[in-house]
Design a protein around this ligand. Structure first.
Ligand code: HEM
Length: 179
């Protein structure tokens, strides 16, 4: 009996020790005052600056290696409740839209939180620029903000309803300290 209890205790210790730690994204500031935070090395990054302590001017830059979508979510380390920006490179054009995570899906925001946006493509690489108010995406300055990211490589038409974009090919989470 004691042996069994010991095995369970050691097992639980091993599980808790090997749990994935959420790490802060490596960030570098350039001469223009923008910071690049790497979400996935050589695949996905966020280039950002905070204007007037209220607005996040950002560009999500990523290459799903084919038509598809790239996304970032702010304020949560899971989908549920995250404030999400999705940039689609579809068979019929491009789009940048926002949503809130709901369980394992997305619900379009009733009022968009994006105040300006633009998409440029270079081959399959997407640069999606967008401006949002820090409050609308649950960012508190100088505090570590949980972020989630995802991308998907499937050629499909752009979806106005982000609930229909389909599941990611890859996803993950980290943190960024916006300042
Ligand atoms: C309609 C689109 C989406 C669907 C159907 C979907 C579906 C799912 C499902 C079924 C899971 C659990 C299985 C797994 O771990 O792979 C999951 C987890 C996850 N997804 Fe999504 N997803 C969508 C969009 C997104 C977007 C846009 C992001 C990032 C901005 C994202 C980030 C994550 C993360 C970080 C997890 C693991 C944490 C968690 O459990 O929430 N997903 N998703």
């Amino acid at each position: 009996m004691i042996k069994k209890i010991l095995i369970v205790v050691v097992g639980l210790c091993l599980i808790s020790c090997t749990q994935k730690q959420v790490t802060e994204s490596a960030s570098t500031i350039d001469e223009t005052g923008f910071t690049t935070s790497v979400l996935v090395s050589d695949k996905l990054s966020l280039r950002w600056q905070v204007k007037d302590n209220t607005t996040l001017e950002a560009a999500l830059i990523g290459d799903p290696q084919g038509k598809g979508w790239i996304a970032i979510g702010f304020g949560k380390s899971i989908m549920s409740g995250a404030k999400i920006i999705v940039a689609q490179n579809g068979s019929d054009g491009t789009s940048v839209l926002d949503a809130t995570g709901y369980n394992y899906g997305l619900t379009n925001n009733a009022l968009t939180v994006i105040s300006s946006k633009n998409v440029t493509l270079s081959g399959t690489a997407i640069t999606a620029s967008f401006n949002v108010t820090l409050n609308d995406v649950n960012i508190t300055l100088n505090e570590s903000t949980p972020v989630i990211w995802a991308y998907r490589t499937v050629e499909q038409s752009t979806k106005d309803n982000l609930g229909n974009i389909g599941k990611h090919s890859s996803r993950g989470s980290s943190t960024i300290t916006f300042k």
